[in-house]
Ligand binder design. Structure first.
Ligand code: NDP
Length: 237
């Protein structure tokens, strides 16, 4: 594992799932880590106690609160924008308020957090956005709202990569397929259907996604920018 001693890292949405694994990996590699949470204070406190990372309450759906939290983190070396929600279902009956909220958290917050992180970030910093293969493909029904959000973050990633590139800052989007978390449990009702289209027929672990994030944050990845990096066990190849 790379040594991230002395590096300042912020993870948006670090209380559970993929974000919590990323917090664990960076703290184990020596980084000074803060992470945001919103609805899961007990889980956030447990991750903070386990890792020594600092938990910061900041709702990604609240633009002012989010920007203030990122600004307060100061000059970061690495920003991981992971916080996200998944609502799946028939677009004909989906609650429009829930769709708006998804867009607030999965799109607007990614834009404002990325811009704010870049404002103060050290040269040669890293911004990593957790997208999804749903940004590229629609292998399963019921994903229209989620897919729109994950396609949008591809544009944010490419745009920021261009805008911050002169400072050596790289910006990339990690696109998982099914990952075993509260959002998409490996034992859930959709799992069999998802696995049927995969070359490697299982959910990824949050640790497998965290490993890719740490690679993109490492000095070895300095020339990887404006990309999407898929980690999906071969969905629909
Ligand atoms: P989980 O539901 O397990 O965890 C979501 C995390 O995001 C929690 O820490 C949660 O914190 C945080 N979060 C959600 N809403 C907000 C908010 N309004 N403000 C601040 N934090 C928030 O999901 P995953 O770990 O599975 O997902 C993480 C990312 O990975 C998401 O962007 C998701 O779209 C993406 N992804 C997941 C896949 C999967 O199969 N699991 C596949 C592809 C992509 P809290 O509970 O404290 O609010």
């Amino acid at each position: 594992m790379n040594d991230f001693s002395g590096k300042s890292v912020m993870v948006l949405g670090g209380s559970r799932g993929i974000g919590a694994a990323i917090v664990r990996y960076f703290t184990a590699a020596g980084a000074k880590v803060s992470f945001s949470y919103s609805g899961s204070p007990d889980a956030a406190a447990a991750v903070a106690a386990e890792t020594g990372a600092t938990a910061v309450k900041a709702d990604s759906a609240n633009r002012d609160e989010l920007i203030a939290a990122v600004a307060a983190a100061g000059a970061l070396d690495i920003m991981v924008i992971n916080a996200g929600v998944g609502i799946m279902g028939d677009p004909l009956t989906m609650d429009p308020d829930a769709v708006d909220r998804l867009i607030d958290i999965n799109v607007r917050a990614v834009y404002f957090a990325g811009v704010e992180a870049g404002r103060q970030m050290h040269d040669n910093g890293r911004i990593i956005i957790i997208g999804s293969i749903s940004g590229d493909r629609a292998p399963w029904p019921g994903q229209t709202a989620y897919a729109l959000s994950k396609s949008a973050v591809q544009g944010i990633g490419r745009g920021l990569a261009r805008d911050f590139g002169a400072r050596g800052i790289t910006v990339n989007v990690v696109q998982p397929g099914p990952v075993d978390t509260d959002m998409n449990p490996a034992g859930g009702p959709m799992a069999k259907m998802m696995h049927s289209g995969m070359a490697i027929k299982r959910h990824a672990t949050a640790d497998e996604v965290a490993s890719l994030v740490l690679y993109l944050a490492s000095p070895a990845a300095a020339m990887i920018t404006g990309t999407t990096q898929t980690i999906d066990g071969g969905v629909g190849i």
